[in-house]
Design a protein around this ligand. Structure first.
Ligand SMILES: Nc1ncnc2c1ncn2[C@@H]1O[C@H](COP(=O)(O)OP(=O)(O)OP(=O)(O)O)[C@@H](O)[C@H]1O
Ligand SMILES: O=P(O)(O)OC[C@H]1O[C@H](OP(=O)(O)OP(=O)(O)O)[C@H](O)[C@@H]1O
Ligand SMILES: [Mg+2]
Length: 280
């Protein structure tokens, strides 16, 4: 059985379980089970703290896991990213009181509060900067007002938490993070390929819609340029002479622009349907 670690709490927990459900796996209903066997799919889920997952995977206690790229790099565990999962996107950045810092030079000699010491120390070392890292477990944004640090390095998504604390980001992001599937370095456990393909199927099904439309045969080449699909669009004939039915996958976030362009070209009966699952 493939042993898979899944976040039991926090920002990653619900979207990770949701993705696994969409990939056809059993997931727990409440938040209490620690282990769940899915016999039909030959996998076993272990619900663990997101921060600990890279450690379990690195030590080989579980085969693979879902965690954040930032947590993986912070852990220093001998685990590697197998595939990005497209949710829980965030940046990891320096932030300081508004108007006080602009560049990395302003970090030198300062106290930086963070819950990601490993990540920050490694970054400072790589940039040749000497500063003091102050470890905190969470709510790092409050540390500057409370006087234990001069600046912070933390997860930023919308920036709402920073603004509320009177802080602003400076310098380029230290890291762009998202949820990732990880495995032990140099290991490709049996069953990982199937899990990975299923998760890719969910990613693609989320990113694409199926589009159907009718158009006159003389505009088909133009229409195919607008909707090239993955391989190429499916074309079938209509009962009415000179008209064709076309079907292609379209990026979900481009749906309306594509429909506008097709309509301008003379296409009619443009239908959009969601894709529930797929294998590319
Ligand atoms: N607002 C957010 N938007 C996107 N991703 C986030 C956000 N907050 C945290 N994350 C991601 O979630 C992971 C950390 O999980 P989370 O914040 O739930 O755990 P934690 O902070 O270690 O635990 P807890 O919040 O229980 O102390 C990291 O990969 C981080 O990038
Ligand atoms: O840019 P924003 O959209 O405001 O999101 C970023 C915030 O979200 C996370 O906090 P979380 O809720 O996990 O609390 P924590 O600091 O206790 O982990 C993260 O640590 C930031 O504080
Ligand atoms: Mg958190």
């Amino acid at each position: 059985m493939l042993r898979i670690a899944v976040p039991n709490k926090g920002s990653l927990s619900e979207p990770a379980s949701q993705m696994l459900r969409e990939a056809g796996y059993r997931q727990r209903r409440g938040g209490r089970e620690l282990v769940l066997r899915d016999e039909a799919n030959n996998v076993e889920f272990f619900f663990l703290r997101p921060r600990d997952i890279a450690v379990y995977v690195g030590s080989g206690t579980v085969d693979v896991g879902i965690t954040g790229r930032d947590l993986l790099l912070d852990s220093g565990a001998v685990a590697v990213e197998h595939r990005a999962l497209g949710f829980a996107g965030s940046t990891f950045r320096f932030a300081a009181p508004i108007g006080t810092c602009e560049t990395l030079d302003d970090v030198s000699g300062k106290r930086i509060a963070t819950a990601y010491d490993g990540l920050v120390r490694h970054y400072l070392e790589r940039k040749g900067i000497v500063a003091t890292v102050v470890h905190l477990d969470g709510a790092v944004e409050s540390s500057v007002q409370l006087g234990v640090a001069d600046m912070i390095a933390d997860v930023v998504e919308t920036g709402t938490t920073l603004r509320a604390a009177g802080l602003e980001v400076f310098e380029e992001p230290i890291l762009r993070s998202e949820a990732v599937l990880i495995r032990q370095d140099g290991q490709e456990p049996e069953g990982l390929a199937t899990l990975s393909r299923r998760l890719e199927g969910v990613l693609v099904a989320r990113q694409y819609v199926m589009m159907d439309y009718d158009c006159r045969s003389e505009v088909l080449d133009e229409a195919a340029k607008i909707t090239p699909g993955l391989q190429s669009p499916t074309v079938s004939s209509l009962h009415e002479d000179g008209w064709l039915a076309v079907r292609a996958m379209v990026r979900q976030n481009e749906t309306n622009q594509v429909m506008d362009s097709l309509y301008d070209l003379g296409a009619r009966g443009i239908l959009v349907t969601p894709i529930l699952a797929c294998r590319i």
